[in-house]
Design a protein around this ligand. Structure first.
Ligand code: NAD
Length: 506
């Protein structure tokens, strides 16, 4: 397997072959911690490549859907074993590709391993239901059926985990796939597909078309042979994806933005809450959909919490994610850095108190990368833009809160609904909050990040459109229920009409 140390050209993967994009174009991908390091040249395809990939996936679907699910799953199982064996090198390449520190890219690969093993297990567990019929000598059951070609569009912040969340259930169920990775992180998807191919996946079952959102993503989601579209990314693009899928009534699964909150109550274990706030706010440089972007702190412990939080954050070591001493890596690209810098200006102009950080880091070891200081705004008002809009970077806004009632109101007072957290030692209050918090995921005494693959993942409001990723719930996006009635009475039986005549058993 080629690694980022030896830059090379990565082509699209169509029908089991690495092929040149029809337009011959490539884009450069550089290390966000060191712009001098070229990771590789990656295909910058267009609609013609999408058409070829969807054609390959449609052909492959005819036979792949008939491979018994436990046999499909054996390929996934072997792929998971290969991922385990290559975890170290895959993680290092991912750090070079998108910047997060090595411990976290290992976590990303581990999540792909967990999901691949989990969905391999689903090969023998695609349970339907059997249930009594209301009529005699009639049998009723449900089975899951694959849907067809799935178009997967993924973001850059979890370069292998998110593609695996979509790909593994799709494949276990007998669908075929065309994936368009984020332009910043195609390498990890190439690695994932290389592993699946080595594990025995037949040609055409998974295809990669690399390129920009408009050039590849749009024709992919609009192609009439693509029956499922699964998208993770911003709410803005998700809306376009939803509109693009609507005319053909496709299965459309959207995982979008977040503005996640930690609530710290007056009875919280403050040491634990500060630990959670540092990890939730600055893990992955704040570039997680579940990142802790707001913290609401009870006024009785506000001053103490802010002092401790600021001291911890000022001590965070920012630098190249491959250096084991570093705790926070760079932003993924220049535009993400500029977004962060613009929100710092917005926060200042809104009157929030800059309590830590606030500047780009561009000297010495930071000179060649997209680094920014971990930043805290204190004394924020919940209506400020920095408390309402997704920033997707190392910026956390802290708000003083009068009490529990206001905490819930502030938590729910945003358009997003992905993840929330409450730190309290009061059991009654914790259960109350679990019910009242308007998010798809709620944590008690833990930060807003840390999803596990065997539990459903997703959000409500403008974060999601009613589906879930991962766990058994994740199978629903990639399958249709078929309901089957078998009448062995040898006579016409009419449901809802022929009732009450069951005197004689035959
Ligand atoms: P993005 O929306 O810019 O891009 C996501 C993907 O969509 C990329 O592959 C991109 O190339 C593609 N795309 C862009 N325009 C398109 C178009 N017109 N048609 C089709 N495809 C198009 O998001 P991003 O910057 O890559 O990722 C960050 C965003 O993702 C944040 O908003 C974050 O909250 C969100 N995210 C959500 C989750 C979740 O599970 N809810 C997880 C991770 C990231």
């Amino acid at each position: 397997m080629a690694t980022a140390v030896s830059p090379k050209t990565y082509r699209n993967f169509i029908n089991g072959e690495w092929v040149e994009p029809k337009n011959g174009k490539t884009t450069e991908n550089r290390n966000p911690a060191n712009q001098d390091e070229l990771i590789g040249l990656f295909a910058a395809g267009d609609e013609r490549d999408v058409v070829a990939a969807v054609e390959a996936a449609s052909q492959a679907y005819r036979s792949w859907r008939r491979v018994p699910a436990p046999k499909r799953a054996e390929i996934l199982f072997r792929a998971a074993q290969l991922l385990v064996a290559r975890k170290e090198e895959l993680s290092r390449d991912m750090t070079r590709e998108m910047g997060k520190v090595l411990a976290e890219t290992k976590g990303d690969v581990q999540e792909a391993i967990d999901m691949t093993y989990y969905m391999a297990g689903e090969g023998r567990r695609q349970f339907g239901q059997t249930t009594p019929s209301e009529l005699q000598n009639k049998f009723a059951m449900t089975v899951r059926e694959p849907v067809g070609v799935c178009g997967l569009i993924t973001p850059w912040n979890f370069p292998m985990a998110i593609p695996s969340w979509k790909m593994m259930p799709a494949l276990a169920l007998g669908n075929t796939v065309v994936i368009k990775p984020a332009t910043d992180t195609p390498l990890s998807v190439c690695h994932l597909v290389e592993v699946l191919t080595e594990a025995g996946l037949p040609p055409g079952v998974v295809n990669i078309v690399m390129g920009h959102g408009g050039a590849v993503g749009t024709p992919l989601l609009k192609h009439e042979s693509v029956k499922v579209v699964s998208f993770t990314g911003s709410t803005e693009v998700g809306r376009k994806v939803s509109e693009g899928c609507a005319p053909q009534f496709k299965h459309c699964h959207l995982e979008m933005g977040g503005k996640n909150i930690i609530l710290v109550m007056d009875d919280a274990n403050l040491d634990l809450a500060v630990d959670g706030a540092v990890w939730g706010g600055f893990g992955t440089t704040g570039q997680r959909c579940t990142a802790t972007s707001r913290i609401g702190v009870h006024k009785k412990v506000y001053k103490e919490f802010v002092e401790r939080f600021v001291a911890r954050v000022k001590a965070l070591r920012v630098g190249d994610g491959l250096d084991p001493a570093m705790e926070v890596g760079p932003l993924v690209n220049q535009s993400q850095l500029e977004t962060v810098m613009s929100y710092v200006e917005i926060g200042k102009s809104e009157g929030a108190k800059l309590a830590a950080g606030g500047h780009r880091l561009d000297q010495g070891g930071h000179a060649k990368g997209w680094f920014h200081e971990p930043t805290i705004f204190a004394d924020c008002d919940p209506k400020m833009r920095i408390c309402q809009e997704e920033i997707f970077g190392p910026v956390v806004s802290v708000m003083p809160i009068e009490g529990y009632e206001q905490a819930i109101e502030v938590a729910n007072g945003v358009v997003y609904g992905l993840s929330s957290s409450i730190y309290t030692r009061d059991l009654n209050r914790a259960f109350h909050a679990m019910r009242e918090l308007d998010t798809g995921i709620v944590y008690v005494n833990a930060p807003t990040i840390g999803a596990e693959t065997h539990l459903p993942f997703g959000g409500i409001k403008q974060t999601g459109n009613g589906h879930r990723e991962a766990a058994v719930a994740g199978l629903d996006v990639f399958s249709e229920w078929k309901t089957i009635y078998v009448d062995y009475s040898d006579r016409l039986q009419r449901a809802q009409i022929d009732t009450g005549s069951f005197g004689r058993m035959e």
